[in-house]
Design a protein around this ligand. Structure first.
Ligand SMILES: [Mg+2]
Length: 395
């Protein structure tokens, strides 16, 4: 449906680069113009509408289409500072657009926008069923705020993302290094019944818990986290790596399965030290990404976990997929760290939010070597929104 020339014709007809009146992001004009282009160009495209000369820059994504073009639903979001837009609005302000195709023609004639058509290269034609998302540095904005962006401004992106998932029947599974009480609460807040906590050491599905730490489970001798501390291994790590490694206080307390540190160290070096020790058997030190915390002499501190029994976020994602019966092409994941990137071994596509690679050279290198990884334009929650909407648009 619709070849390249059709699209070019549509672009030519619908382009009005000299602009017009200021155009609110929720204007039906944008929805209508985009709908007309979709009808001309086919459904396997992401649509980006740029309001030339106006204050706004707007992305429009084909969200869902019926069998015969109607009804066509469009979702859109204004990203004022993301693309060229002289005099762009100072703060991000998001609006979602929903409009039926049959309104397109007369609305298109009012067009004050130029439409650009991008092919979505990661379409599979298979319905999306599950999103696995990290919390800190990914779904959550600055200071762990669900409704904050990377700069601390109010952001509706997470709500719009969750709405899109709800409409499309997509499960949203948090995969976090946080301890269970936090992840359980966060998961309930977004209306979900599955979650992965302590960096993949365990998962809960519909209130049923599964430990993913092999022999390392809570028993009469205590919790694995307490047993690791009692072994003296953390003290040994501090002796070797202080002041570049310390507890991630206060979040290191109350953990059951894994230990939590912060700092900036060579992960391979730490794991080599652990491997030399008898009490280090089965333990792995992992990088869970940059944190918004200052430490003297360290540019960008990271959070690190010490996990037992071969646990990882990626393995937990795989376990959850098997339990739910999800295929790789039915799943995507979003994250901002090397550890999150392990999920790319299991899901069809992994979205690395833009802030992740910005200050993390190893992550940049790792991402470059994987064909099923997309680095989003948006940072943190804006990036997760982008991951979901572009994936839905492509299917
Ligand atoms: Mg993170």
């Amino acid at each position: 449906m619709g070849g390249l020339s059709d699209r070019e014709d549509a672009l030519e007809e619908l382009s009005h680069p000299q602009g017009g009146p200021d155009l609110p992001a929720h204007s039906p004009v944008l929805a209508g113009v985009a709908a007309k282009l979709v009808r001309r160009a086919g459904r396997d495209h992401e649509l980006v509408a740029v309001a030339e000369g106006a204050l706004h820059t707007v992305d429009l994504h084909l969200h869902r289409a019926g069998e015969n073009d109607e009804p066509l639903i469009l979702g859109g979001v204004e990203m004022g500072r993301r693309r060229r837009a002289p005099g762009a609005v100072g703060a991000l302000h998001h609006e979602q657009l929903w409009g039926p195709l049959d309104e397109a023609d007369h609305l298109a004639r009012e067009g004050v926008v130029k439409l650009v058509c991008h092919r979505a290269e990661y379409g599979t034609g298979v319905a999306l069923r599950c999103l696995y998302t990290d919390l800190d540095g990914t779904l959550l904005g600055r200071f762990g705020n669900l409704f904050g962006d990377a700069e601390g401004n109010f952001s509706r992106s997470p709500a719009l993302m969750l709405e899109a998932c709800h409409r499309a029947g997509v499960e949203v599974v948090i995969m976090s290094g946080r301890r269970e009480a936090q992840v359980n609460s966060d998961s309930r807040l977004i209306g979900q019944t599955s979650y992965i906590y302590e960096a993949g050491c365990a998962m809960v599905i519909d209130r049923e818990r599964t430990y993913l730490t092999g022999e390392w489970v809570p028993d009469s001798s205590g919790a694995p986290a307490d047993r690791i501390v009692a072994s003296g291994l953390p003290d040994r790590l501090f002796e070797s790596f202080r002041p570049r490694l310390e507890w991630h206080a206060p979040w290191h307390e109350g953990r059951e399965l894994s230990l939590l540190f912060r700092g900036r160290v060579d992960v391979d070096e730490v794991n080599a030290l652990i491997a030399e020790r008898e009490d280090g058997t089965g333990l792995r030190f992992l990088d869970n990404g940059a944190i918004n915390r200052r430490m003297p002499g360290i540019d960008v501190p990271h959070a690190y976990h010490l996990v037992p029994g071969g646990a990882s976020k990626g393995r937990a994602v795989g376990a959850h997929m098997r339990a739910r019966g999800y295929l790789p092409e039915e799943c995507i994941a979003a994250g901002d760290s090397i550890e999150d990137l392990g999920a790319a071994d299991y899901v069809g596509r992994f979205f690395c939010v833009a802030n992740g690679p910005e200050n993390d050279e190893p992550l940049r290198e790792a991402v470059a070597g994987l064909s099923n990884v997309t680095v989003t334009e948006g940072r943190m929650g804006d990036g997760v929104y982008e991951a979901v909407v572009t994936t839905l648009a492509a299917r």
